[in-house]
Structures are given as structure tokens and as C-alpha cells.
Design a protein around this ligand. Structure first.
Ligand SMILES: *[C@@H]1O[C@H](CO)[C@@H](O)[C@H](O)[C@H]1NC(C)=O
Length: 187
């Protein structure tokens, strides 16, 4: 587990840094230690990281590390309904100013894409335009990428790898197993 988590944290940081490239920065004048004035940039725009529970919470630290501007976090719990097999929204707590900045939806694994679509709908329902939503994931299936981009053209997805198929139980193959179990050590 230790090695899995350490490797994941390195990848998560790179993904978040990549996603932050999509967030506009603000020009600022500074005086350098050599007493020269220099026009640089700073992170000033509000960013909200939304974790899809439980696995998404694993990516919050990377965002805290990489972003210096105004930051907030929200949580969404979505579970598959045993009878209908449809993703069901059970709980969410989102910052009230969510529509003022950019929103990163944190979800390490995009398998069927069902939960992430639900999460995008919830975030859009708060008045956040699609162009300001970035899905950050470690591993996605081709099917999920296709579903999400068909449904939400123009949405940004940042991922480290795309795997080719899903098995009959809707798990990514080759995949990496159950992310939450490996990250939290619950077997
Ligand atoms: C920085 O200083 C330059 C020169 O005085 C000025 O033209 C520019 O607008 C300033 N930029 C900001 C962000 O204040």
C-alpha cells in the first residue's frame, strides 16, 4: 500500500499541475531581491476541488500543494443503486461561491463514466459553465472518455492513462484494481 500511495501522490501532483494550466493567472508587479521591478503572474482565481467520495478525496492534498490562490473543497457522494444500477446522488456539500471560479472534479478512476456524468450535472446545476469544469483522473477507460465527451463537448479531462476496455462488472482492464481499497488499505 505504501508504494502504491507514494507513486499515486507523484502522479496526482503532476495531473493537478497540468489541470492548473487551464486556470487563468493574474499579472502582478514585484520588486526582485536585486531591486528590479518585474511583471510576473500569480494564482488569484478561486478554484474549487470537488471529491467524488470516497476515492476522490485522495487527490485533495495534491491540489492544496500545487495551488496558491483561493481554494475551497466540496464533496459529492454518488453510489450505484442496487436495483436500477443507476448512479444515485446521496450527499453533497459544495462551497456557496462555486460559480465564481474554476472547478476540478477529482475522481481517480473513470470506468463506465456514469458517476462522473452525475457529478458534472450537479456542478453545472450550481451555475458553473462547462468550460470551467476540469475532470482530473488517474486512469480512464476509452468508453468513459467517449461517453463524457459526447455528452459534454468542450469539457476538459486530465488523465494519466487511458485503458482500452471494461470487463463484465464494469471494471477497467488492464486497470489497477479498486483504487479506494488500495489507497485506504481496506481489503
Ligand atoms: C506593471 O508595471 C508596468 C510599468 O509601470 C505597467 O505598465 C503595468 O500595467 C503594471 N502591471 C500591473 C499588473 O500592475
Amino acid at each position: 500500500m505504501r508504494r502504491f500511495v507514494a507513486t499515486f501522490q507523484l502522479v496526482a501532483l503532476q495531473l493537478v499541475i497540468q489541470a492548473l494550466e487551464l486556470v487563468p493567472v493574474e499579472a502582478v508587479n514585484v520588486t526582485t531581491p536585486t531591486q528590479v521591478s518585474f511583471e510576473g503572474v500569480r494564482q488569484a482565481r478561486p478554484v474549487c476541488g470537488i471529491s467524488i467520495l470516497r476515492a476522490g478525496a485522495s487527490m485533495e492534498d495534491a491540489l492544496r500543494t500545487a495551488y496558491n490562490g483561493p481554494l475551497s473543497f466540496g464533496k459529492i457522494l454518488i453510489q450505484r443503486d442496487e436495483e436500477t444500477c443507476l448512479p444515485t446522488h446521496l450527499y453533497s456539500k459544495l462551497p456557496s461561491n462555486i460559480a465564481e471560479g474554476d472547478v476540478f472534479i477529482l475522481e481517480p478512476m473513470l470506468a463506465t463514466g456514469g458517476s462522473i456524468c452525475k457529478a458534472i450535472d450537479i456542478v453545472q446545476g450550481q451555475g458553473v459553465p462547462l468550460q470551467r469544469i476540469v475532470v482530473v483522473s488517474i486512469l480512464a477507460s476509452e468508453a468513459a472518455i467517449q461517453l463524457v465527451l459526447d455528452k459534454y463537448p468542450g469539457l476538459h479531462i486530465v488523465t494519466a492513462a487511458i485503458d482500452e476496455r471494461l470487463n463484465a462488472r464494469g471494471q477497467i482492464e488492464p486497470g489497477l484494481g479498486d483504487f479506494g481499497d488500495r489507497f485506504y488499505g481496506t481489503f
